[in-house]
Design a protein around this ligand. Sequence first.
Ligand code: BMA
Length: 316
Amino acid sequence: MVPFGPNELFQRWEGNPILSPEMWPYNANAVFNPGALELNGETLLLVRVEDLQGFSHLTVARSKDGKTDWRVDPKSSLMPDPAYDEEQWGVEDPRIVWLEEFGKYAITYVSFSKSGPVISLAMTEDFHSFLRMGALLPPEDKDAALFPRRFGGRFALIHRPVIRGEADIWIAFSPDLKFWGKHRVLLPVRPGHWDCHRVGLGPPPIETPEGWLIIYHGVRITASGSLYRVGLALFDLDEPWKIIYRANPWVFGPQKRYEFFGDVPGVTFPTGAILDKASGELRLYYGIADKVVGLAIGHLDQILHFLKHNPKPQGQ
Ligand code: BMA
């Protein structure tokens, strides 16, 4: 018996959207797809801000409870750096992971230029100063996050290259965060399904007692545009390239009117998640229609229960 249906696992916050361009201290067309973390007892979102030239940069917003009373920094935190050619057209969609080994946060973000999108890495302790490590892999690549620790001495990166038109989720390994190898597909698109055209990592992998929880977006292209919905999978804790479960149905997707109103209607695009280990509450921060930021709340035990009661994927 599954007590929660796929559309009930994540409840939208009644105050959605939690962040919108009207709340910005300077002109912005859209604020969306934020990275999320807890810093000094507060929730910090590193928000993608699209300016009125169509280029994006990243700005910090903070809240004590992660739900209400958001304070937006008066100035941007991470602007495209002209010294890095790959950032010429902006920086987008950060994912943030605490790397205990360095005592720093690792931010993987999309750098955009005429060469196409690539994944860049920057380190920070305080979200004021950032150390850029440059682009990690060739274009076209998006939707990347590091795991917070090494496996067999190697860092692991989840990312989404596009190879001969195929947009699957891949994993790669590195001894030093510079040279990447042992590439393999982690989560492919599923022909015919809701996630048939493209898949991409949502928030960074979430460590749970039963495995690494992966929240991802899946795309179906329809006659009136792309639908971006959200799916779940679980991977082995010690060998994170081994899949344990992949849910068949999507668990979140555009439903509310405000999710069909924006620059790209029909997009729910989670990029940040915060798990409260004591209560199991999982706060999912998602871009809405490439315009504003929303919050949806789930509970880890219900999510894991739901995953277990879905059939394993075929042929994996
Ligand atoms: C993806 C990314 C996201 C965006 C989404 C929907 O390819 O570019 O930044 O939110 O498309 O437009």
